[in-house]
Design a protein around this ligand. Structure first.
Ligand code: HEM
Length: 222
């Protein structure tokens, strides 16, 4: 098999990602500290954890706006489109917006590779190239975290910073409680994503090559 290096991670993606990873780690640590705070044994002093969490949360929002703008103004955004190009897909998208043709079977093929094929030395079913930067599982988890979980965390985070905007009661419960529930559930899922993401990043040409990609921008194929 030929050894190949493709430039997949432009500078702005790498800078955004580095900031994002650092900010998320600080938010997770201060968030956990606030949630399990005990005045006798505070991991981080409560008022300090709140201030750091709020400031870092605001920086994360600014960083997210850069990611969002980057993805709508450069070709990086096309890797986040869950629908395959082609007339059929375009028609399906136009008339049945929620149908993502072939996505489920692509996910299953990738899942089968990660759970079996990889350990038998099979070749990856969706090798990365300049047209396809992510395999189907990466694509769905990146889209899910960046376009679903992050907006939920950011909107509920701002609401929790200005709780007077939250309705006192919503449906069957307190609005504040519900907002908090959404915030911590989405944050828990992002934390989970981060652990799994780091593990999957070790599946590359060598265990460290994907991490190197985020430093020099080049992806190394097997
Ligand atoms: C919650 C925090 C994180 C989020 C939301 C996140 C999200 C992402 C996204 C969306 C990409 C694709 C970027 C693009 O090319 O458009 C990516 C790539 C990558 N991330 Fe993260 N990341 C996080 C934390 C981390 C951490 C802590 C590490 C390593 C210590 C890491 C390592 C990598 C690597 C090596 C890649 C490139 C290889 C690949 O896409 O599999 N990430 N990450």
């Amino acid at each position: 098999m030929t050894e190949e290096k493709i430039y997949l991670y432009p500078v702005w993606v790498r800078l955004w990602h580095l900031m994002n990873a650092i900010l998320c780690l600080i938010l997770i640590i201060t968030g956990i500290s606030m949630q399990f705070s005990n005045p006798k044994f505070p991991m981080i002093r409560f008022d300090m954890a709140v201030s750091v969490h709020n400031i870092v949360g605001i920086i994360l929002c600014v960083n997210y706006i850069l990611f969002f703008l980057g993805n709508i103004t450069t070709r990086n955004g096309k890797y986040y489109k869950l629908i395959l190009p082609g007339l059929f897909s375009r028609l399906m998208t136009k008339y049945y917006k929620l149908i993502l043709p072939g996505l489920f079977s692509r996910l299953m093929t990738q899942f089968r590779y990660y759970t079996r094929g990889l350990f038998k030395g099979e070749t990856a079913p969706y090798p990365l190239n300049s047209e396809r930067k992510f395999n189907p599982l990466q694509q769905v988890t990146y889209v899910g975290s960046m376009y679903l979980l992050f907006p939920i965390i950011m909107i509920t985070g701002w609401a929790l910073m200005y709780p007077e905007v939250i309705p006192a009661r919503f449906l069957w419960t307190s609005g504040l409680h519900l907002t908090d529930l959404f915030h911590i559930t989405a944050a828990f899922l992002v934390s989970l994503f981060m652990f799994i993401h780091i593990y999957f990043c070790t599946i590359g040409k060598t265990p460290l090559s994907n991490f190197m990609s985020m430093i020099d921008g080049y992806h190394e194929s097997h």
